[in-house]
Each structure stands twice: as structure tokens, then as C-alpha cells.
Design a protein around this ligand. Structure first.
Ligand code: HEC
Length: 152
């Protein structure tokens, strides 16, 4: 039940941010691309920081919790970053046109990312390395699963 609730909440969050996406569409496409790249880099950095904690003992559990919160924040804002007109060809965009041809699949992949991010926040709260490592692997799979299809 908890998982179903999580999915429902993720759905509502995605729906809420999609209406925000309309506002984003009115913005300069170049600015949208730059902004989402900056945010996605933060998620990448946070993933690396958690990996370094697990493998090399760098940082503290509090750092891991902050990094997990960063990733979750990115996952929640993510649905608002894909107005039409921001595919490859606009600035440095690496977003394949397939995103807009398969928006249902892109949204499903986004929801998997959101669910795994929420699970990471929960695992980070326990401070248990094995639990964090397990969810980090699952989360990494959701990044990769989308990049393979939709990122150049
Ligand atoms: C539902 C699809 C999807 C998911 C899930 C996703 N990404 Fe991405 N990501 C993209 C797309 C599309 C781009 C290309 C964006 C662009 O160039 O405008 C991208 C670009 C990036 C970039 C490159 C930013 C740059 O400077 O060019 C990083 C880093 C990144 N993602 C990290 C992540 C991480 C880490 C995760 C998981 C925690 C993740 N992404 C999950 C679709 C996704």
C-alpha cells in the first residue's frame, strides 16, 4: 500500500509540475536547456558523492541525506523541464526528439526516477550503507534507462 501511495503521490506531483511546464514553454528555449542541464549536473554530483561515501567512506551520513534530498528535488522538478522546442539543435541540448513522440513513456520513466529518489531519501534516513547502496543502484538504473533512449 505504501508503494501504491508513493506512486500516486509521484503522479500528482508530476501532474502539478506539468502545468508549471506550460509556464516554462513561454520562456526562452535556450534558458530552459541551460537550466535543466545545470540541475541534472547537481543530481549527477550528488550520485557521485553518495558513491564516494559508500566506497571510500568520504563524508558523513548527513552529507548522504543532503545529496539524496538534492536528487529528490531534481526528480520532482524534472517534469517541468521539457517544453516542445528544446530538443537537439537548441543550444547544447542532448534531448532526443523521441521524448515528444513518446511522452507517455518519458513520463513513466520520470515516475520511476521519482519513486527511486523517494526510496533513496528513506534509505539515507536509516544511515544503513547496504540499504543506501541497494537503492542507489536502482536509482542509477532509472537514470541510465532514460538516457539510453532519450539522451544523445
Ligand atoms: C526520464 C528521463 C531521464 C531520467 C530519469 C534522468 N535523466 Fe538525465 N538527462 C535526460 C535527458 C533527456 C538529458 C539531456 C538534457 C539536455 O541536454 O538538454 C539528460 C542529461 C543529463 C545530464 C547532463 C547534463 C549536462 O550538463 O549536459 C546529467 C549529468 C544527467 N542527465 C544526470 C542524471 C542523473 C544522475 C539521473 C538519475 C539520478 C538522471 N539524469 C535521470 C533524461 C533523464
Amino acid at each position: 500500500m505504501k508503494r501504491i501511495q508513493g506512486l500516486l503521490i509521484a503522479g500528482f506531483v508530476a501532474a502539478g509540475v506539468l502545468s508549471a511546464g506550460v509556464a516554462v514553454a513561454a520562456q526562452d528555449p535556450l534558458a530552459v536547456v541551460d537550466a535543466r542541464k545545470t540541475e541534472l549536473k547537481k543530481a549527477g554530483g550528488a550520485m557521485k558523492a553518495i558513491g564516494a561515501f559508500l566506497k571510500e567512506g568520504k563524508g558523513t551520513v548527513a552529507d548522504v541525506q543532503a545529496a539524496a534530498a538534492t536528487i529528490e528535488g531534481v526528480s520532482k522538478a524534472f517534469p517541468g523541464w521539457w517544453p516542445t522546442g528544446t530538443a537537439i539543435g537548441v543550444g547544447e541540448s542532448e534531448a532526443k526528439p523521441g521524448i515528444w513522440e513518446n511522452m507517455d513513456d518519458f513520463k513513466a520513466k520520470t515516475m520511476a526516477f521519482q519513486a527511486a529518489s523517494a526510496d533513496l531519501v528513506a534509505a539515507a534516513a536509516t544511515g544503513d550503507k547496504a540499504a543506501i547502496g541497494g537503492v542507489l543502484g536502482k536509482l542509477g538504473g532509472t537514470c541510465k534507462g532514460c538516457h539510453e533512449t532519450y539522451r544523445k
